[in-house]
Every structure is written in C-alpha cells, then in structure tokens.
Design a protein around this ligand. Structure first.
Ligand SMILES: [Zn+2]
Length: 558
C-alpha cells in the first residue's frame, strides 16, 4: 500500500516563492492598481453607511461581536513559540487543534467529528534507520565509501522530493555508466540496462520560477527515462558542501489512501535517486571516465519502518433554522498547520520557529471568531454552517483533501465553501491592502459577487486580482471541494508579504483592526449565502470553471 510520494504542490510553491522573492519590486502597474484601490475604497466607504442600514439588525449585532482584541488574543496563543510552528504532525499542532476545539465548544457548536470536534485521519510516519546504510564505489583495486550524512534519498539538488524509496534497496558490484544530464535522451537501452547511472544534476535557477519548474520536470523525466531503459539506480553528485543528509533519515508522512493520487509530475515510474553531496564526492565523480566504466557500486539503503500516527481536522456545526434548508451546508475553513521549526538552528541564539501568524493563524482565528459571533444569532441562518480547521496544508493540502474524501456532511448538500488564507497582514508585496480582500477564482462562481455586495455593506472591497486570483485558485484548501463540484473559494488580504514562510511571520505584525473589518465582511457574505434559499452556482460562462461545472453536474446526478 505504499506509494512514491513526490513533490507536493504547496512545497513547490513555497520554494518558488522564496526563489522569486528578491525579484519583487513595485511596478508601475502595481502603483496604478494601488491608486485605483484607494479611490475605490473611498467610494466604498461612502456607500457603506447607506448599505449598513440594509443589513438586518440581528445580523449587524452578530457581526459587531467580531473583535480585534479577541482575535489578537487567539492569535497570540496559536502563533506563539510554544506551539513550535504547528508542523504536521507535531505536538504543537495537537495543542492548536485542542485550542480550536475548545473555542468551538465555547461557542456552543455541535461536534461534527468522529471524536468530538476532531476528524481523525490514521496515517503513518515512515522513517529509516540510516545506521544500516552502506555505499561504496570500487575502482582499480580501491574502494571509496560514502557515509549516510553525505547522501539524500530521492531529492533533487534543491531539496525537492522526486522519488521516495519504498522497501530496501540493495545492489552489489553493479556496473556504472557516467552520463551528462543533458545527454540522457540519446542513451540506448543496451548502454543503460542493469547499470547504475552517475550524473550531475544542474542547480535550480533562483528567481526564475518557470525555468525552475521546467528543470524539476526535466529531472523527473530523466529518472523516468533511466527507469524505462532498465537502470536500477541514478546516483547524482552535488558539489556544494553542507547540504548532505537531507531527506535520508527524517520521517515522512504517509497517507495510506494516497495510492491513486496522481503525482505532480505524472505517473511514469522513475529510477531511484541517491544524491551524494560535497566536494570529496565530486572529486570521485570527476575521476571516473565518461560512459561505461570498470568501477562498480555497492549499496544498501535500509527499508523504512512505519509508525502509526493520527492527524486531525477540527470541525463544528452551527445548525440552521429552516427545517429543510438546515440539511444543507456552508463551510467556513482555514488551515491551522504551518512549517514547524527551522533546522539546523540554534534555539538559544536565534529565532527558529515558523510562527505562521498570518499563514494561516489569521484564517484559523477568523474561523474561530466567526463561529463565536454567528453562534449567538437568533434566529440562526436558514442553512447550517460548518466551521473547519485543516491539518497539513503546508505539506500539500493534505487535510482538505482528506476532508474531500471523507466529508462530514454530504458534499451534494454542501452549497459553498469560503476558505480564509492570510487575512491578517496588510503589507502585501504590491503595497498596503487596507479595506480590501481578494477572492480566488473570483468569477468562477457567483460567490465572488455575493462577497462583493456584502463587502459594500461592510466597508471592504472584495476584488479579483488581475493575475493572482485565478492563479491561486488551485493552491489552497478550497481546491478539493471545488474538484468535487462544490462552489469553493479562498479569501485573502495579502497574497505575498515580507515574512511569507519565514520565522518573522509573527502576530504583532498583523493589522487586527483591518482583520476585524475583513472578518465582519466575510461573515456577512457567509450569512448571505447561508440564508439564501437560492444556492450558489458555478459560472457556466467562464471556461476556467468548466471542469467544476462538470463536477457539480456529476455530484448532483445531472
Ligand atoms: Zn497558508
């Protein structure tokens, strides 16, 4: 039941964002957008007072319970160093889950999980005992051995997981073939079959996302081609010092159901990859002649051992008031995990904790605050509202994908999902984002327009970012429900901010006054959807929504 896991989209995004970060500057287009935003927000504010009167008084009272101080309190705990960056899985993540459940309990939500408010996924951690690792290259009567600290298993030079070894891997006195990475396509089966291929993988270009992604694809294609030509193993050499050992001994999260999931690079099987790091290894590589050599390789990589673990989504329900519509559901969600602790890092001397205050402590706190505010409503909205906090987003949208496969309320009766991402910080790379919130896939469904109208009443401009709204649609926890056919979007304030995926993403940098305004506006949009007998629809006029329209039809048997 094990499967190769490869590069997770979210991790790729992480790296690509980091690679491009220093290339961001304020462009004239961004400045123009900023000016337009300021004008629009002035107009919005003028309209707002008139439209606030259109919001029913009980709703207005509920929205006013959303408070900056309350959210500052929640976020200062959830993003504190004590929770150690909420890695999936970790004790810090478990503490955060318990805290979220406690807030749902306080709000009086109905528990929706298999274990109170918890939806439990029983997964495993696969780790290998590298003390059994052996690798040596014998040439002309002498043998050079490579220690476990010098190798990575299955990762490219940049640390991306291209192949994860299953079971153990053992080779004795295997023949070697040294090839140029770019010459892989010219090789024939009789040259490669049965031989270990030695090569040097190129460095990923920094600051050029398209080329970096293409190179990762090329590396994956190289491994797939070597497998197809009958090579049992590719050994790559990395000249840089200090990068060894990555991906060798660290335990890896295993989702027992992931077998059928397509990998990011496609499904072609690849040859195993062992990367050897450091100048000494590079000298060994340089000393071997190109092509087939008389040198041989002996290798033993011990099999990983799996230990069961549990990871948990947190789920609570606010039951609707209409006898029929209460059996339909609107989901409000965010991911509560983050990146854990930076390593290697000296915790006595430097900041090592990825606090993830904005990403996505802010969304998590938005969910908690909205649950608390809306639970006091009398009457409640007609439909039921499900409040969800997902694990594992940073590892590749794991918690929301798990939910998509194991929905706690029927997907066919789930009418919408509004997912919150990075709603706390306003210092976007394109300039301050005050009183605005972007909706991903804005016009894929009519939810964007519903939020826009709610925003006009609440003094927030919901908008479609000209390039990022569509590009980010598939990169967040709305994707798994969208794939199932449920109109699902993510709302965020800043797409990119200075401490994105860095240890400086801490709660004092959050603009809580703005967050209060944004959460109230989102809450009004959610109430509007939850109270409207007409359910949201995908936009059949937008070709980018075509696959979701199809999924919706399938979900509803039409
Ligand atoms: Zn996030």
């Amino acid at each position: 039941m094990k499967t190769r896991t490869r590069i997770a989209p979210a991790l790729l995004l992480l790296w690509l964002a980091a690679a491009g970060a220093h290339a961001q500057t304020t462009t004239p287009a961004a400045a123009a957008r900023k000016a337009a935003a300021q004008t629009a927000s002035k107009a919005t504010a003028q309209k707002a007072s008139a439209q606030q009167r259109a919001v029913p008084a009980p709703w207005r009272a509920a929205l006013e319970r959303v408070s900056a101080d309350s959210m500052r309190g929640h976020l200062s705990f959830i993003s504190s160093d004590l929770l150690e960056g909420r890695n999936t899985p970790s004790r810090g993540l478990e503490v955060a889950a318990e805290y979220i459940a406690a807030q749902f309990r306080r709000a009086g939500l109905e528990p929706l999980g298999d274990d109170g408010y918890f939806q439990t996924a029983t997964w495993a951690l696969a780790g290998r005992d590298m003390s059994g690792f052996r690798m040596s290259i014998a040439s002309g009567g002498s043998a050079a051995s490579v220690s476990a600290e010098r190798v990575s298993l299955g990762t490219s030079v940049a640390g991306f997981n291209l192949w994860s070894p299953e079971g153990d891997l053992a080779l004795k006195d295997a023949g070697l073939l040294k090839v140029d990475f770019n010459g892989g396509a010219a090789l024939a089966r009789e040259q490669v079959a049965g031989r270990v291929v030695l090569t040097e993988l190129p460095e990923l270009p920094r600051g050029d996302r398209a080329r970096a992604l293409q190179l990762l694809r090329d590396e994956n294609d190289f491994l797939a081609r070597m497998h197809a030509l009958g090579s049992p193993l590719v050994v790559a050499f990395d000249r840089a010092e200090g990068r060894g050992g990555r991906g060798a001994g660290q335990p890896r999260l295993v989702d027992p159901e992931s077998g059928a999931r397509p990998s990011f690079f496609g499904d072609a099987p690849t040859a195993p990859l062992v990367t050897v790091h450091g100048a000494e290894a590079a000298r060994l590589f340089d000393s071997l002649p190109a092509g087939a050599t008389s040198a041989t390789l002996t290798l033993r990589v011990p099999a990983p051992a799996e230990t069961p673990i549990r990871v948990r989504n947190v789920a609570g329900l606010l039951r609707g008031s209409d006898p029929a519509l209460r059996e339909t559901y609107v989901i409000v969600s965010a991911h509560y995990d983050h990146l854990g602790v930076r390593e290697p890092c000296d915790r006595q001397k430097e900041d090592c904790v990825y606090n993830g205050a904005n990403d996505d402590g802010s969304g998590t706190v938005g969910v908690i605050e909205m649950a608390s505010a809306l639970s006091k409503l009398n009457p409640r909205p007609r439909r039921s509202v499900v409040f969800l906090a997902f694990f594992g987003e940073e590892k590749g949208l794991l918690g929301s994908r798990y939910y998509g496969r194991h929905p706690l309320v029927p997907l066919a009766r789930t009418v919408a999902q509004v997912n919150l991402e990075q709603i706390g910080r306003t210092d976007d790379s394109e300039g301050p984002q005050v009183g605005t919130a972007a909706v991903t896939g804005f016009d894929y469904s009519d939810i964007g327009a519903t939020l826009e109208r709610a925003g006009e009443a609440a003094g927030v401009r919901f908008y479609k970012h000209p390039t990022k709204s569509d590009a980010y649609f598939s990169r967040s926890d709305n994707q798994s429900l969208a794939d199932a056919g449920v109109p699902a979007h993510t709302v965020g304030v800043a797409f990119e901010f200075p401490d994105y995926h860095a240890v400086g993403d801490e709660w004092p940098k959050v603009d809580f006054a703005n967050m209060e305004r944004v959460v109230r506006a989102i809450a009004l949009g959610v109430l509007t959807v939850a109270d409207n007998p007409q359910e949201p629809r995908w936009n059949e006029q937008n070709p980018k929504a075509a696959q979701y329209v199809e999924a919706w039809k399938k979900l509803h048997g039409r």
